[in-house]
Design a binder for this molecule. Structure first.
Ligand SMILES: *Cc1c(COP(=O)(O)O)cnc(C)c1O
Length: 418
């Protein structure tokens, strides 16, 4: 096929894909405007062939990774540490949030094994912590002890303390959690880990590139980052609220001894020294370049502007849900991600019927999750201009469903597919 035909075939293959451009999709995609999209394409386009496996051959990729880690360290509380601790922080780029959590899990297992002699380790985490921790537990043979969240959706620290024993290597907190957007009590989780002498990972995959700006804007006051005593590692996805192309997350370790456990190095074969910071060998350069580009293009002012727009849109949608009879938020969301659904009981609304009606009426797409039955909204800067239109549709659809009492027959939920 010639190049134009290849591209036109792809364009027609896409006809069933959700069109996120108009701001009607509330998961998977984060948009910050056409100027940012153009920059991402240009930056990735410069680096389609390069390989971050060996940064001696491509020093620019070593430099960009170093710079991304340095900037992220500042954003995630590293610069607030005393100078002697600040210089101990170590960080790496990974392919995404899942990989950062896999790394945190494996590092904790190896720390438990080498420092504590624990050979059947477990980690303690709330039911709201991301599914990738279960993947890590499965891959690396660590028992995942899930503990129910409280009614506000936050981790229950006392119950987590009870779930710990002398084989616990890791305590997990989220900032915020994916399912209900709640920032866990990180100071208490850090203190718990510190008291027991174990590691504490803060999953800020979702929040890492927006919470620092919401804090500056005065919308968040809960402590959540690497500067909280007892927190030993933290992860943040540049490809979410950093508005980068897919394929970049950052994991930071509070000290060099711990950070040293992540990379893998061998020369036990015929091909020479193989040093590797993450899962992959050959590593795509495009996401690193695009991530570096967007950080410097937006800068602090750009991220503050986007965080303000995102906060405004999320606040408008949340208050619309709060004030519409039959609709409720699930838990107590802290930031710009939340879950909502129908009120139970007489005059209530079936949550999945609500999702279907919103899709039929306005093409709105929300992921479905359970338990409890919920629709999930990741609000980003691209949603600012549609918040009012969405609210009008929510009010109309809720009125119809309260009158009809309709229930959806499809009760399935999906976050990811095989
Ligand atoms: C998105 C997310 C992850 C997983 O990140 P991926 O980039 O999808 O692998 C982990 N934790 C939280 C809280 C997330 O929102």
């Amino acid at each position: 096929m010639d190049a134009d035909e290849v591209v036109s075939q792809m364009e027609s293959l896409r006809h069933e894909d959700r069109d996120w451009r108009g701001g009607r999709v509330f998961s998977l995609v984060y948009t910050a405007g056409d100027d940012v999209a153009d920059l991402l394409s240009r930056a990735s386009g410069l680096y389609t062939a390069e390989n971050a496996l060996n940064t001696l051959v491509f020093p620019s990729l070593g430099w960009m990774q170093h710079d991304i880690v340095t900037i992220t360290t500042g954003l995630l509380g590293g610069d607030a540490l005393p100078e002697d601790e600040r210089s101990g922080v170590r960080g790496y780029l990974t392919s995404g949030g899942t990989e950062s959590l896999l790394q945190a899990t494996r590092t904790a297992r190896d720390w438990g094994r080498s420092i504590r002699g624990i050979d059947q380790p477990n980690m303690v985490l709330a039911t709201s912590a991301h599914a990738a921790f279960d993947k890590g537990a499965h891959w690396f043979d660590v028992e995942a002890r899930r503990v129910p969240v409280g009614p506000d959706g936050a981790a229950d620290v006392d119950a987590m303390a009870e779930a710990m024993d002398d084989r616990t290597v890791l305590v997990v907190g989220s900032a915020p959690s994916y399912p209900q957007g709640v920032i866990d009590p990180i100071p208490q989780l850090g203190a718990l880990a510190g008291e027991r002498g174990v590691l504490c990972h803060v999953d800020a995959c979702l929040g890492g590139f927006i919470l620092p700006f919401l804090v500056t804007l005065g919308h968040i006051t809960k402590p959540w980052d690497l500067s909280v005593p007892g927190v030993t590692s933290i992860s943040a996805d540049l490809h979410k609220y950093g508005y980068a192309s897919k394929g970049v997350s950052v994991i930071l370790y509070r000290n060099a001894e711990l950070g040293r456990l992540q990379p893998f190095v061998t020369s036990n074969w015929l091909g020479g020294l193989y040093g590797s910071p993450a899962m992959a060998g050959t590593r795509p350069a495009g996401p690193i370049a695009a991530g570096w580009a967007v950080l410097h293009y937006l800068g602090e002012d750009g991220y503050l502007r986007l965080a303000a727009a995102t906060h405004q849109a999320a606040t408008a949608i949340k208050s619309c849900i709060d004030s519409t009879p039959g609709l409720v938020l699930r838990g107590k969301p802290d930031a710009t991600v939340f879950a909502f659904g129908g009120q139970d009981g007489p005059g209530g609304i079936d949550t999945f019927a609500l999702g279907e009606a919103l899709a039929d009426r306005g093409g709105w797409f929300f992921d479905r999750q359970s338990p409890p039955d919920s629709l999930h909204a990741t609000v980003h800067a691209g949603h600012e201009r549609i918040a009012d239109e969405l609210c009008a549709d929510m009010v109309a659809v809720a009125g119809e469903l309260r009158a009809s009492g309709a229930r959806a027959t499809d009760r399935s939920t999906t976050y990811g597919t095989v």
